[in-house]
Design a protein around this ligand. Structure first.
Ligand SMILES: [Zn+2]
Length: 1032
């Protein structure tokens, strides 16, 4: 697990998203009010309170403490949110690229003093109702957060986390498994060649195939060449084999110490209890040390520098001759200067964000490249922040030109400044982000304060956002040149400036392979016969440990009986606005209104379907009514929290051969802006612009680039979609909208020299899609606002143009079902609110094996089986079986033995049971692991405890908190009611050993149901020779 920073554009602002909440629950005993009673100087369980601060904007109280004996720093954020969070972070500042902090992050999770079983972390995933569990390695810190809504679970997880980070076993075999090792290719055959294996080794090989992250890594290394930022904290694949087990243990001893730790808790659980447990179980066993982990300031250059690097070619790049990246990066100020960092962050957004920003106009619109470089805007993830701007997808000859434009644009900004309206739009965005509530607010805050706090910045200052806004406004008022002066100081006059260009090299992967072979040869040649014998024996030992039945009884666990039997009902009200069904869901939304609409695409001719994702992507970005696209973008920023459209294929919950097809309009705004936002929507319905080919090209290039970049980090999703493509009618359309077919389609569009033909299709699509005849809406807002909101929605429906029902496509078999999923058989089609589903009762699923040969050194493998829909009685058993076989069998085979980053199986709501692997060194072998997983399931070699764990794990996702903005959406959009959820819940509780082996036998065995297979990966001889595969 790794945190890698790409696209740091507006990162800080994104972290802020979802601030604010639950003001309605302000009774006197609230957690935030109780926390105000702590006094500074007060001693509690080995800690001393340093400061107590009310932060009304975020509805929380911050309590800062320090641990008396060790100096460990502690921040508690008391807030009336039941999704409690714990996080501990250590400043980890490596001096080499062996990946020591990253390998350590993995290895501490392999067993500890009190919990000596293998992999307690992964096991806790199945013994808890956690809403989040993970670990991250950043450039200069390592962080271990979890969250849960259950108090007992919090204590359990806290105990496991504390023991893992402070008292891990760090055995040599753990290091071998997680880090790197030499091992016989076939561990049971001492004659098979020795190869490098290890989870992090493979993970980083995978990460380095992603050109965007590769570029981000190079940029940071070269902009800060004098200390820890000059190395790869995650590990450079070929430097990883230089790390020894001794060095790993040493790094732990010096870095994972309370004196180098920062601990954060968040939520409504009492602070006293946390402090007591943390002191007693961990901190009381340490004495203060002086950790030497500070990052010194980067010495400033007296003149700018330039570097050039190479990368692998991108087989999916829209234009193969345009695969270069160039950007300029500027070293800014220290991030612990909170207000300066706030200002520079806002300033950076003004410079690069949205079509009205100067760099968008000067770099994106001339279409020199496909998109901004992967690193763009403000990046505060290092001790001193940086700002970067540049382009990817450019021709080599344009590199100079881009550099020139960047300098020119900075001069223009200094001369002209920014429009006041843009500054207002940005501050409005901050206000919206403070009000919108996500479900992972604790994690958002922990990540938000992590970097500055890591360098001893004051985390509480960071939380005082409105104070910073007020001060910012004052600075602008006092000095109209305020921002321009900053630009002059930090950009024009800044000599610590790096220009980094990156070009593809046809032989890049070959060279990497050669270098790896060379490294391997070096290591192998140095071995004595005795070494080889030991390697073989250790390989066998590892294999036998990995194959042994595991005893996890030392770990704490919740019981299935701790899970709530029933779910709370979400009340909604159905209304009707001029014939359009509208669902109103009253929620504590903190003054925000959320408006969604689903528009059917049943009447759309088939030849236009592949264009629907493109249509969705551009419809809100081409201008409408009296506004060109710039004015439109400005209005969207000024008046809304965002307006977007996405294609949606919704499998019917009751029938695998039925699905609904449509697009979803998604938007939010402050209550006062609802009329403006609905006006923006009605402009799109009535008079969207489709006349600007140059604008369309900009958007097409960006979309194609984004899809192409996405394949290497979501390869398993693409493999799953492809494998499921021929199994259901919905699967085929899903692949067309978001699978490899779409990636290739967009690449073709981006290559076209003339987009007029494409442009002409867009209004045709719009006629079919943006039509109130085929629409239903959902609104979430506060109860007080509901009647005003419904009036506005009625007005909106009243003004959007209505089309005649003349485009019924006869070929399609459309079935009407009542919108209320529980309406039963009394429903008469045409009589009221309904969902219009496409039915293909004669659909014949067929088996298909597809191989996408791509220039990656790792594979993404999937096998999908057509099973049963959501409401079928066997659905619950298949859900549990997915978790069970993932945790108890596939994890061991694919990750531990196979060396893949991840792998497992899961049941999808569309009735597809999917096996998958992620960043996998194997391909065909993984397919056998899937099959062995089925045999394992059929044989039923699992215990009741295993089943209980799988149930807990399924429930922790079923019961994941839902934000007020999203409540009730399942019902309106997907036809899944609370009653259906409750029924599934009862079936999940009722799953037995017998029902699990039974579904494995009836659905997953060979010849039982049709299955599909897909692999994305490098050239593969055995598959190329096998005629049953379709190679693409
Ligand atoms: Zn990792």
């Amino acid at each position: 697990m790794m945190l890698r920073h790409t696209k740091p554009l507006l990162k800080k602002l994104r972290y802020l998203s979802a601030l604010g909440q639950k003001a309605w629950r302000s009774h006197s005993s609230s957690a935030r009010e109780r926390a105000l009673h702590y006094g500074s100087g007060q001693k509690i369980h080995g800690f001393t309170v340093e400061q107590v601060t009310a932060i009304p904007d975020l509805f929380l109280t911050a309590v800062k403490l320090s641990h008396d004996n060790t100096g460990a720093q502690y921040l508690h954020l008391a807030r009336d949110d039941s999704n409690n969070l714990f996080s501990v972070q250590f400043r980890t500042t490596p001096k080499d690229s062996t990946g020591v902090p990253h390998i350590l992050e993995h290895t501490v999770l392999c067993g500890s003093e009190k919990y000596p079983c293998r992999d307690p972390f992964f096991k806790m995933l199945n013994r808890s109702l956690s809403t989040f569990m993970n670990a991250f390695t950043a450039s200069d810190y390592t962080m271990y957060p979890f969250s849960t809504q259950n108090a007992k679970d919090f204590q359990n997880l806290l105990s496991v986390y504390l023991d893992a980070v402070f008292f891990p076993r760090l055995r040599e075999l753990d290091f071998w498994q997680e880090g790197w090792r030499l091992e016989n290719e076939n561990p049971t055959d001492p004659k098979s060649p020795l190869v490098f294996k290890g989870v992090v080794f493979n993970e980083m090989k995978g990460a380095f195939t992603d050109n965007e992250s590769l570029y981000a890594q190079f940029l940071q290394n070269k902009l800060y060449p004098d200390h820890t930022y000059s190395v790869v904290s995650g590990g450079e694949p070929l430097a990883i084999p230089d790390l020894t087990w001794e060095q790993l243990k040493q790094f732990h001893a010096t870095h994972y110490h309370p004196s180098n730790a920062r601990i954060l808790t968040y939520g409504d659980l009492p602070l006293d209890q946390h402090l007591k447990q943390i002191h007693e179980e961990a901190l009381s066993r340490f004495q203060r040390t002086k950790p030497d982990t500070d990052v010194p300031p980067q010495p400033h250059w007296d003149k700018p520098r330039e570097h050039h690097v190479t990368c692998g070619p991108d087989a999916l790049a829209p234009d193969p001759t345009k695969q270069n990246t160039v950007c300029m990066s500027y070293l800014l100020g220290d991030i612990t200067d909170t207000f300066e960092a706030f200002t520079l962050n806002l300033l950076s957004s003004l410079m690069v964000s949205g079509p009205n920003s100067p760099f968008y106009k000067s770099l994106i619109e001339p279409k020199i490249g496909t998109d901004f470089s992967s690193v763009v805007g403000y990046d505060g993830s290092t001790k001193e922040a940086s700002f970067s701007v540049g382009l990817q997808g450019i021709a080599e000859k344009d590199i100079e030109c881009v550099k020139h434009i960047i300098g020119q644009t900075i001069d223009d900004i200094i001369a002209n400044g920014f429009e006041e309206e843009r500054i207002e739009a940005l501050l409005h965005k901050l206000e919206v982000q403070m009000k919108h509530q996500s479900t992972s607010f604790g994690l958002t805050l922990a990540s938000y304060v992590a970097t500055s706090w890591n360098h001893d910045g004051d985390p509480v200052e960071l939380l005082k956002i409105s104070e910073n806004v007020t001060r910012f406004r004052q600075c602008l008022k006092d000095n109209p040149q305020y921002l321009q002066e900053k630009v002059k100081h930090y950009f024009k006059d800044n000599t610590h400036r790096l220009t980094l260009s990156m070009s593809p090299d046809e032989s890049y992967f070959e060279q990497q392979e050669k270098a790896e072979a060379e490294k391997l040869k070096q290591k192998v040649e140095a071995l004595s016969d005795n070494d080889r014998k030991q390697i073989y024996e250790k390989g066998l030992e590892l294999l036998s440990i990995q194959s042994a039945t595991q005893d996890a009884s030392c770990l704490p666990a919740l019981k299935v009986s701790d899970i709530q039997r029933t779910i709370p009902v979400t009340p909604v009200e159905m209304g009707n606005a001029g014939g359009v069904p509208v669902q109103y869901c009253a929620q504590p939304t903190n003054g925000m209104v959320y408006f969604r609409a689903l528009c059917s695409l049943n009447t759309l001719p088939d030849d236009l379907k592949l264009y629907v994702p493109l249509f969705c992507n551009v419809i809100t970005k081409m201008g409408s009514g009296g506004m060109d696209y710039r004015q439109q973008a400005q209005q969207i920023e000024l008046k809304t929290g965002g307006m977007s459209v996405s294609p949606e294929v919704i499998p019917d919950p009751a029938d695998l051969d039925m699905y609904e097809q449509g697009i979803i309009l998604n938007s939010s705004c402050l209550e006062r802006n609802l009329p403006d936002m609905l006006h923006l929507w009605s402009d799109l319905f009535n008079s969207a612009h489709f006349d600007d080919e140059a604008r369309l090209r900009v958007l097409v290039l960006m979309a194609a680039q984004e899809l192409s970049n996405g394949v290497s980090h979501s390869g398993h999703m693409y493999a799953m979609l492809r494998a499921g493509r021929t199994l259901t009618p919905a699967g085929e359309l899903q692949e067309a909208f978001s699978g490899m077919d779409q990636v290739k389609f967009m690449k073709r569009i981006a290559e076209m020299s003339d987009l007029t033909a494409v442009l002409r299709k867009l209004p045709r699509i719009k006629k079919h899609l943006l039509n109130p005849e085929n629409m239903r809406c959902a609104v979430n807002a506060t109860p007080q606002q509901m009647s005003a909101v419904s009036t506005e929605v009625e007005k909106f429906v009243g003004v959007i143009a209505r089309k005649k029902k003349d485009r019924k496509v006869a070929r399609l078999n459309v079935i009407e079902k009542p919108l209320d999923p529980m309406a039963g058989s009394g429903f008469i089609p045409g009589s009221g609110a309904s969902r219009k589903l496409i039915s293909e009762p004669t659909f014949k699923p067929c088996q298909m094996k597809t191989y996408f040969q791509l220039p990656f050194p790792v594979n993404y493998v999937s096998e999908c089986v057509r099973t049963v829909p959501y409401t079928h009685q066997d659905y619950a058993s298949l859900c549990i079986l997915g978790r069970l076989v993932s945790a108890k069998f596939l994890h061991g085979e694919i990750r531990e033995k196979g060396g893949a980053y991840g792998g497992g199986a899961r049941m999808g709501s569309g009735g597809i049971f999917a096996f998958y692997s992620y960043r996998d060194p194997n391909s065909v072998q993984t397919l056998s692991a899937f099959r062995n997983g089925v045999e394992w399931s059929k044989a039923g070699q699992f215990s009741q405890q295993d089943i209980d764990e799988a149930q807990l794990s399924v429930f922790s996702s079923v019961d994941a908190p839902v934000a007020p903005s999203d409540k009730g959406l399942n019902r309106l959009l997907y036809g899944v009611s609370d009653e259906m959820k409750q029924k599934l819940r009862e079936e999940l509780f009722a799953v037995t050993h017998k029902s699990l082996t039974d579904v494995a036998n009836r659905y997953l065995g060979i010849g039982q149901r049709t299955c599909g297979v897909a692999i994305l990966g490098p050239a593969n001889e055995s598959i190329n020779k096998d005629p049953s595969w379709v190679v693409r």
